[in-house]
Ligand binder design. Structure first.
Ligand SMILES: [Zn+2]
Length: 497
């Protein structure tokens, strides 16, 4: 059944997709601590490459409103979010009990601005999901998201809040079935656990398994209750290369899409599955990694593209920039444009991450057994389970999937009535918000002046109107500042050339 396909050059479908990219210029300033391998700076490096490759001409760029505590408690517990919001390196000694039960410390240190960092990460993914829901984008990107290990009341594996679970909860307000795909080298345990009893979310994780963090995600872990056969795990060995990965990834995802018929896909693009990662033992080239993005894009479904792990940061930045190109239907040229972090890419200054000559411990026999097992499990899923849909879920039961006799399940999709009430869009309200519209238009006018974007006026107006939804605070000044900074940065760089 497993057929190893050759790994050819990536061909992107010319089909136009509207891309919304979320970036907050503060995100690169957060610092996990000296010697910690998680570096939010890589998101800023990625952004600099994206801007200097002029991808802003192809997509809309947004700075999301940071998530509120209330929004975070749609998945996380109140006590946990309260702790994340309040704890600082200076007052940590006042919370010895909490630090232990919420698992902050070595892997997940308390650093300055931790709460803000979490809110930026989750805000982008949640607002991205809202944008897919209201139809104003086909693909949304948030590289500050993808933090798949965070649990309801526990930090884990450098992750504190689970933006992915929050984004999926948002998508479930509109979409009957959501597919989550995880290409990080680590098992996507936090997301799997959150939806383990649900048939409205299918999770599919490709990861290194065997004496490797977090230790879960064997092929036999398939979900329970209504969620049985709705968790797919593809445990891989060291050194998997582009051809093997493609040859197992594509048939599994195609099978899931054919059988499960999701109406939206969330793709976690953890960069630690790249060759030469500081933590990950896989051997994917930049193109091998990006092939997943290209394949999922080719399915033509609304899609959220997220970051995740990735610890050789120059390679993460290269790959995520390349993948942003693919989302926009472009293969970026190999020669790196001059950018704010040019020296990081010495000595080759190319947009490429190559595979090494390491051994691929995934034999064809092993991959064949794995594929056979996964497909056999999928054959148990009933074809596209139907879900009674409501425009806005009013009770957690209305999310349609909760096996009520399981305490875990009840915890999975919390969220207060008050919060849901707040989210209900009042059309009259958001279309009449003149001030906000003006502000949003200003951003687009500035951008148009700076970049010659070819978005037609009508589309711009629509997007500008939708841009104000769901937020109560004034976000325009921040957003304008972002564009001015970027413009200044790019102009300075152009002068140097
Ligand atoms: Zn990882």
């Amino acid at each position: 059944m497993y057929v190893e396909q050759p790994f050819d050059e990536i061909k992107v479908s010319p089909q136009k997709r509207r891309v919304a990219y979320f970036y907050d210029q503060d995100v690169g300033n957060y610092f996990y601590g000296t010697g910690h391998c998680m570096k939010p700076h890589r998101i800023r490096m990625t952004h600099s490459l994206i801007m200097n490759y002029e991808l802003y001409k192809k997509m809309e760029i947004y700075r999301a409103e940071p998530a509120t505590n209330l929004e975070l408690t749609q998945f996380h517990s109140d006590e946990y979010i309260d702790f994340i919001d309040r704890v600082t390196p200076d007052n940590l000694h006042l919370f010895p009990r909490e630090a232990q039960i919420f698992n902050v410390g070595e892997d997940c240190p308390v650093f300055d601005g931790l709460g803000e960092f979490c809110k930026i990460s989750c805000g982008g993914s949640m607002e991205g999901a809202a944008r897919l829901n209201n139809g104003s984008a086909d693909i949304v990107i948030n590289y500050a998201g993808g933090l798949h290990h965070a649990k309801k009341s526990e930090a884990s594996g450098f992750c504190y809040t689970n933006d992915i679970v929050l984004a999926i909860i948002e998508l479930l307000r509109k979409h009957p079935r959501v597919l989550y795909i995880d290409t990080d080298v680590h098992h996507g345990d936090g997301v799997e656990e959150a939806f383990y009893t649900s048939d409205r979310v299918m999770t599919c994780s490709f990861h290194k398994f065997g004496e490797f963090f977090p230790g879960t995600g064997n092929v036999g872990d398939i979900g329970i209750g209504k969620g049985k056969y709705h968790s797919v795990n593809v445990p891989l060995r060291d050194g998997i290369d582009d051809a093997s990965y493609k040859s197992i990834f594509e048939p599994i995802i195609q099978r899931i899409v054919d059988w499960y018929q999701p109406s939206a896909i969330v793709l976690q693009c953890g960069g630690d599955s790249l060759s030469g990662d500081r933590l990950g033992p896989f051997n994917l080239s930049m193109r091998g990694h990006a092939n997943c993005v290209n394949f999922v894009r080719s399915l033509g479904l609304p899609m959220i593209v997220l970051g995740g792990g990735g610890y050789t940061i120059r390679n993460v930045a290269r790959t995520w920039a390349f993948e942003t190109g693919i989302c926009n239907g472009v293969i970026l040229p190999k020669e790196l444009p001059y950018n704010g972090y040019y020296e990081y890419y010495a000595p080759v200054y190319e947009l490429d991450v190559r595979s090494s000559n390491m051994n691929n411990a995934n034999s064809k026999e092993y991959l064949d057994k794995l594929l056979t097992q996964v497909v056999a499990n999928l054959d148990h899923t009933k074809h596209a389970p139907s879900v009674q849909m409501h425009d806005v879920p009013m009770d957690k039961e209305d999310l349609g999937d909760i096996d009520e006799d399981m305490p875990d399940a009840i915890d999975t999709k919390g969220g207060s009535q008050m919060q849901r009430d707040k989210i209900v869009e009042n059309e009259a309200e958001f279309f009449n918000d003149e001030e906000k519209d003006k502000g949003e238009k200003n951003i687009f006018e500035q951008e148009m002046a700076a970049t010659n974007t070819t978005v037609v006026d009508e589309e711009r107006t629509t997007i500008a109107k939708l841009g104000g939804e769901k937020t109560e605070k004034e976000e325009t000044p921040k957003a304008i500042a972002l564009y001015e900074d970027e413009k200044a940065e790019i102009e300075a760089l152009n002068k140097q050339d």
